[in-house]
Every structure is written in structure tokens, then in C-alpha cells.
Design a protein around this ligand. Structure first.
Ligand code: 1HS
Length: 267
């Protein structure tokens, strides 16, 4: 399967993020890269934060090739000092911060009967603690009218076999989103969470291969049957939802759990 990194394929840019500064974590690939391209095409200056500095720089190159503005910063979202330095660098470089997309994530392996403790810790450190640390750092710079988008998953809403730590950590992200929304409403900062279905990205390949007993194509077929819409998600499907939640078009939404899943959780 291929992914579509073009920020404007099938979309018309309308400047919905003109004058805004955004940070996207996990911006070096997949949904994060597609969102960086989409946000920049809508006028945002984008801080591309990723643990892989080269991948972040690659996204910046693509954004600049489309005429956009971006800055690559390297940080592990689970490490407070790295996060604080990276977020401060973006805010200083572009003169503020208005949007944060906590996209960075990791998956997990196995049911609770067989999961490894370090796998559990890694899933919570990146998916849940990472969302906390980056949001805390971003809020030092955010003013009224800002938007935080957290990355949940359908795995926060329904049980997914052999994915215990990931389901639990993404469930924590949904709960954290609601808590943040009520805490930050008076400051004029909106907080919402996207719960994507499976989008074919490198993050998903281990899960898909395991689901197919080592056969990726079989894993894809066993996954596809869970999606009434008849396909898996594309990175631009999720980037477009993130753009909406980042924009003033979602001005009355905070604490919302937005399933972008091809109907997977509707059944
Ligand atoms: C990784 C993404 O958040 C989706 S979790 C797995 C959902 S499915 O493949 O079992 O439909």
C-alpha cells in the first residue's frame, strides 16, 4: 500500500491556519509528516518534533519544497528536558505557539497474559506521558484561542486483541484529553482527541504482520474486514481531521473524542 504525503492532493488550501505556529510530534513520518504538510499548506509555521532528527529534517524539506515554513527539532517525547528545550526552540524561532498535535506514539505487543513490563512502560511513557510532557511545555507559550489535538486510537474505544498496553495507554490519552479540556477551557485553549482506525504506516507493520502470522498481506486482509468503509485509513484522512480540530472551524469543540475509523467502532 502507498501513502500520500502531498498536503494538497484532493484538497484546496484556504489559509485556515494563517498566522499560526504549530508543533506536531512524531512529525518525521506517517500521519505526523502528512499533518505537517497539510498544516503548512494552510499557512501555519510548523515545528516538526521527532525522536529521529533526520526524519524531522526530511519533513521540513518537503514543507519548504511546497513553499511552507518549518523547523525540525529533535526530542524523545518521554523525556521532559528534551521536550522543554524543543518546544521552547520552536516558540522562540517563530514567535509563539497556537497549535499542538500530540501525534507521536508507539504500539505494544501481546495480551496482558504475555505482555512484557518494559513494553507496557514504553507504551505509557510515549503515548500517555509524552502527551502530558509536550502539552505542559506547550502551555507555557499558548494564548487564548489555541488548540491541542491528542492522538488516541480506536484501541481506546474498543478492545483490540494482543494490544493490551496500547489500548490502556490510548485510553489514558482519551481520559487526559477530557481532563485537559475542562482545566484549560477558561484559558481559551481547546483540547480534543482523534481516535484513528488503522492507517497503513510503518508503526502498524509489526501489528499487521503479527496478525497475519508473519504474512503482511494476510494481516491486512484480517484487518480490512473490520472496516465497513472497505479500506484502511490514509495519512491524509487523519491529517485533515487534525487540521479541522486545529482550526477555528472547531471553535465550539473541546473535550471531544473524534473517531476517524471508517466505521470500525460503529458496529
Ligand atoms: C494503531 C491504530 O491506533 C489502530 S489500533 C488497531 C485497530 S484494528 O487494526 O484492530 O482495527
Amino acid at each position: 500500500m502507498t501513502t500520500n504525503d502531498s498536503p494538497t492532493t484532493g484538497s484546496t488550501s484556504t489559509g485556515r491556519l494563517a498566522g499560526k505556529v504549530a508543533i506536531i510530534t512524531g512529525g518525521g513520518s506517517g500521519i505526523g509528516r502528512a499533518s505537517a504538510l497539510r498544516f503548512a499548506a494552510e499557512g501555519a509555521a510548523v515545528g516538526v518534533l521527532d525522536r529521529d532528527g533526520e526524519a524531522a529534517a526530511g519533513t521540513v524539506k518537503l514543507v519548504e519544497a511546497e513553499g511552507g515554513r518549518a523547523l525540525a527539532v529533535t526530542a524523545d517525547v518521554a523525556k521532559a528536558a528534551e521536550v522543554d528545550a524543543a518546544v521552547d526552540a520552536v516558540a522562540a524561532h517563530f514567535g509563539g505557539l497556537h497549535v499542538l498535535y500530540n501525534n507521536a506514539g508507539v504500539d505494544s505487543r501481546g495480551s496482558v497474559a504475555v505482555a512484557e513490563e518494559d513494553d507496557w512502560d514504553r507504551s505509557f511513557n510515549v503515548n500517555a506521558k509524552g502527551t502530558f510532557l509536550v502539552s505542559r511545555a506547550a502551555l507555557r507559550h499558548m494564548e487564548k484561542g489555541s488548540s491541542i489535538i491528542n492522538q488516541g486510537s480506536v484501541a481506546a474505544l474498543v478492545g483490540v486483541m494482543n494490544f493490551a498496553a496500547y489500548c490502556a495507554a490510548k485510553g489514558a490519552v482519551v481520559a487526559l484529553t477530557r481532563s485537559m479540556a475542562v482545566d484549560l477551557a477558561a484559558r481559551g485553549v481547546r483540547v480534543n482527541v482523534i481516535c484513528p482506525g488503522t492507517v497503513y504506516t510503518p508503526l502498524m507493520e509489526p501489528m499487521l504482520a503479527a496478525r497475519g502470522d508473519g504474512d503482511m498481506e494476510l494481516g491486512l486482509q484480517r484487518t480490512l474486514v473490520k472496516y465497513p468503509i472497505g479500506r484502511l485509513g490514509d495519512v491524509t484522512d487523519i491529517a485533515n481531521v487534525a487540521l479541522f480540530l486545529a482550526s477555528d472551524d472547531a471553535a465550539f469543540m473541546t473535550g471531544s473524542v473524534v473517531a476517524a475509523d471508517g466505521g470500525m467502532t460503529a458496529q
